[in-house]
Design a protein around this ligand. Structure first.
Ligand code: ADP
Ligand code: ZN
Length: 289
């Protein structure tokens, strides 16, 4: 039996199940401080004969095995979580192999195994929610280099008629600063869910996301692009993205039919937790080598 944790900024989703994506039991725990949240997670897993645990975490995190701070959350503003040794705590508690990656890399793995990119060795999973993050599967591997990718913070061109200055605490008008949920609320004065009928909102959202996708496509050439997160519940963004992307790319690269290439998660809200179970399975398999 495998354990999975999708560690998000607002909630932890924990599940036990197997590498076929079957979930036997699950629990949701609010993300407060590690002292409060982690014991509840441990209590949940203690009920089961867990052989490995996979963690898909909000970041930035240290995914470098050789690093002295491997398995830590690094520079989050969330109180108590900065420099938190996430992996070590679970290793000490359970003594089983622990898989560790970003929430979005885990979601990309989940989608490529059981979801919208099933059977593909390449895909991109992007979440547009409180922040923007993306994970990528490249030639069958979750993308990692010096660290994990941070694709939500790329620079995009401001729309000439968009006066909004952006709200990324680091970069102001990066993609996240202009197009994540809080930016929509900051620009238009209402939450996305209350702006459903305002075409200009979703038209502009599509304009920014399409620029990002153009860059991801040119650099990574993914076989499928999956867009999740709260904001992407607004399905009217998809046609806007496709239309702008066509204009920006100008037929320079050949792509599949865009409505089939740029899609919602096949696993719905379970992409991340399913990926976390797969991370656990990978860790278990590696420990047998
Ligand atoms: P998180 O990123 O914290 O895990 P979400 O993916 O739900 O959680 O993202 C939350 C953000 O998405 C908020 O800014 C919220 O206003 C926005 N959001 C959530 N649901 C919707 C929706 N149905 N339509 C538009 N915006 C939404
Ligand atoms: Zn930024």
């Amino acid at each position: 039996m495998l354990g999975g944790i999708e560690a998000g900024g607002t909630k932890f989703i924990c599940a036990v199940g197997d590498e076929k994506g079957t979930i036997v039991d699950r629990i949701q725990i609010p993300t407060t401080t590690p002292d409060e949240t982690i014991p509840k997670v441990i209590e949940f897993f203690k009920k089961y004969p867990i052989e490995a645990i996979g963690i898909g975490s909000f970041g930035p995190i240290d995914v470098h095995r050789e690093s002295p701070t491997y398995g830590h959350i690094t520079s989050t503003p969330k109180p108590g979580w900065k420099d938190y040794p996430f992996v070590q705590g679970f290793e000490d508690e359970f003594g089983v192999p622990i898989g560790f990656n970003t929430d979005v890399n885990a979601a990309a793995l989940g989608e490529a195994t059981f979801g919208a990119a099933k059977g593909m060795d390449s895909c991109l999973y992007i979440t547009v929610g409180t922040g923007i993050g993306a994970g990528a599967l490249v030639q069958g591997q979750m993308l990692q280099g010096h660290s994990h990718p941070e694709m939500g913070h790329i620079l995009v061109r401001r729309h000439p008629e968009d006066p909004y200055q952006g709200r990324c605490p680091y970069h102001g008008d990066c993609l996240e600063g202009l197009a994540a949920g809080p930016a929509i609320e900051g620009r238009w004065g209402q939450k996305g869910i209350e702006l459903v009928d305002r075409n200009e909102v979703w038209e502009l959202e599509g304009y920014y996301i399409a620029q990002a996708l153009m860059q991801y496509i040119l650099i990574l050439s993914p076989k499928k692009i999956i867009l999740g997160g709260g904001v992407m519940n607004q399905k009217q963004v998809f046609p806007s993205i496709c239309q702008h992307l066509k204009e920006f790319l100008r037929d320079y690269v050949s792509l599949p039919e865009l409505s089939e290439y740029i899609v919602s998660p096949g696993l719905g809200n379970d992409a991340g937790i399913t990926g976390a179970l797969l991370l656990a399975h990978q860790a278990l398999t590696e420990s047998h080598k």
